[in-house]
Ligand binder design. Sequence first.
Ligand code: 4GP
Length: 830
Amino acid sequence: VTGPQFEPTHERALTPAVGPARDVDGFVRQFLRELNYTQGVPLSRSTLNDQYLALARTVRHYLMQGWIRTGKRRRDAGDKVIGYLSAEYLLGRQLDNALLAAGLEDIAREAMKECGLDVDLLRSQEIEPGLGNGGLGRLAACFVDSLATMDVSCIGYGIRYEYGIFKQTFEDGRQVEVPDSWLALGSPWEFPQPDRAVQIDFGGHTERYTGDDGRERTRWVPAWDVQAVPYHLLVPGYRNGVVNTLRLWSAKATNAFDLQLFNQGDYAEAVRAQTFAENITKVLYPEDSTPQGRELRLQQQYFFVAASIKDFIRHTLPADFDLHRLPERIAFQLNDTHPVIAIPELMRILVDEHDFEWDEAWDVTKQCFDYTCHTLLPEALEVWPVDLLGRLLPRHLEIVYRLNEDFLARVREQFDGDEVRARRMSMVQENPVRAIRMAHLATVAATKVNGVAELHSQLLRDKVLPDFSEMWPDKFTNVTNGVTPRRFVRIANPGMSELVTEAIGEGWLTDLERLRELEPFADDAAFRERFRAVKAGNKERLRQLLHHRDGIDLPEGHLLDVMVKRLHEYKRQSLKLLHVVSLYQRLLSDEVDPESTTPRTVVFGAKAAPGYFMAKETIALINAVAATIDADERVAGRLAIAFPANYNVTLAETLIPAADLSEQISLAGKEASGTGNMKFALNGALTIGTDDGANVEIRQLVGDDNFFLFGMTEPRVAELQAKGYVPGDVYASSPRLKSAIDFLASGEATGGDPSRAAAVVDDLLSSDRFMALADFDAYVEAQEKVEATYADTEAWTRSAILNVARSGFFSSDRSMRDYLDRIWNVSARS
Ligand code: 4GP
């Protein structure tokens, strides 16, 4: 371990750096210094990328003092740390947030102007770090933002993927994945710490031996290892001087390079170890909700949790810390099952390396972990085949077996030798292959297990893990998700933020329930007018962006109907598409006067997992329908579909504030929570949605009059499933549905090419696993209500304002308070 250069008591070692002066002049100087001395260019010769990097580093300078101070204060106080273990952080752009948190937006704008530069142009240079797939990764990013803003000690541990989520492009309407090289042009937000690398072992076997004290022990004799190099990123709190840390691990070979082989001319073999090791953090596992048993994925999981635990014990705790007291200093939050291998890893460290008795180690371990589940789809609960686990982590497999034995003994004791129950609850599944059920392991070990919305937590107890909730009713709790209002209101929607501040004063951004004070303004015609003007401005901003980014020209004056989220059958983009087809048919028929219909633009944004066939077919179909409608003069000005490629956090920030209507139409009982739904409501879009996930709570809060509810409830879905759902019967009994499907199948909605729609239509008619057809009629009716309400501009605006005013509950600050109270037993400073 390398220490500081000074005696730690040396006066200078105790003095944090002084940041640059907080004025335009100070900013300009620091910026030019960065440009000249770090980028190595004069302003006159600098590229946009040079300027962006220099600007980012300048802002970083202002945060460093806060980071050093926060770290020192926490170490001195011996604070309990929240160790958020997450394989994903979908961060979004860093510069915008850093400028906001540090309160430097105006200074930076002025300073760049003095240099003849445009701060907005530089901000748009940043490639967002897409180190996550979707909701789960974005949630982690919101949570660390809130913890910093609330001054809670947190280290977010994760993986520094060299390639984040793929960049989506369309070729002939089909999704093509392009690697996302977010690091290629420099990465000004991270601090590599190669001297704090830790070694991570893999493979090999275990041995029994007798210790010096005569006790029988086990040791792991690994076969190979890699280095885990930490990179830390700053997580600034909102204007409170607090800066927390994200610690992301990158893999490096222990002996990267074989000079002998190189000298013999075997260049490929000389760097084989390097390639092999570095593959571990090469790419974000490109699946969402449908894991496949991939060895590399398990390597990633163990790699980052083992590095994090080792690092915490070695570098964050004081050197002589008694590990029996570990739960006083850390609460590891398991973000889904991806980091669950941390449980046997901590057992191994305590028993094999620190001589704990087994029971003593288990007692400590249990107190250190809590588990959040993010899904209801059985196929998304990870299992690891014992073959693979035993090969990669033989000691961990033994530990899990032993934990399972002890656990099942308890089950049999408590439930009268109920063998059927024991088998259901076992951490080991026997069929179709012997495998470890990571959710069971997590549930047994964790002090608390939570779902992410009320309905989800209830279904988790009643349907996913009922035996466990019967055994330990108090272990289960709910924390409804939230989103950070700093990024998703203040940065994304500056116009509305200003209006809100004018109406209710400052302070709401860190106390979002205060948005309630907006309620009376819903009845104020002048305020409504201004609210509409903000929305119109946001739509214009979106028009400009899509024009430049995608060559898409959004029509003006339309209802903007937006469905953005991962492409998944349970989310039912196909239901939305059927609705679009039905609208198209209505415009083509003689029955209605097109002029009497609401002009509508439907915007889709969605990435499909690269191996997910039906999701990719759906994307291709949406694009084909969009092209057909776009080319059809007869509906011009009344209906349009836009599908900009590569939906990501950055696009969301412009898209969401422009939306009128938010589509949250998953089959009830399938969407754990949703967080996009919250972002839309907070930005004044009305939701059309099923009674699913957090929609339930959104509707309760905003009120039935300000939410378009439709579709089956979860119990009704379960009933229909039990009875035997036959999509063909629904098709036959609904003329409107039949007509839309026939139209699609005939090729009329896809430029005359029926093959484009074949896979999706076949699937809907033959299995329709997520019952899109069953909810179609109700959906179309709800959409008719949408149109009627939208026609009454004042009523619509009133509802939109009430959506904003009543959605303060969905701040991730509130979620964090709930975790602190119900799960971590820590209190926030602010
Ligand atoms: C998502 C859930 O699908 C979504 O409902 C939830 O809001 C989000 O987690 C955060 O809790 N799950 C994933 C995933 O993103 O990868 O399983």
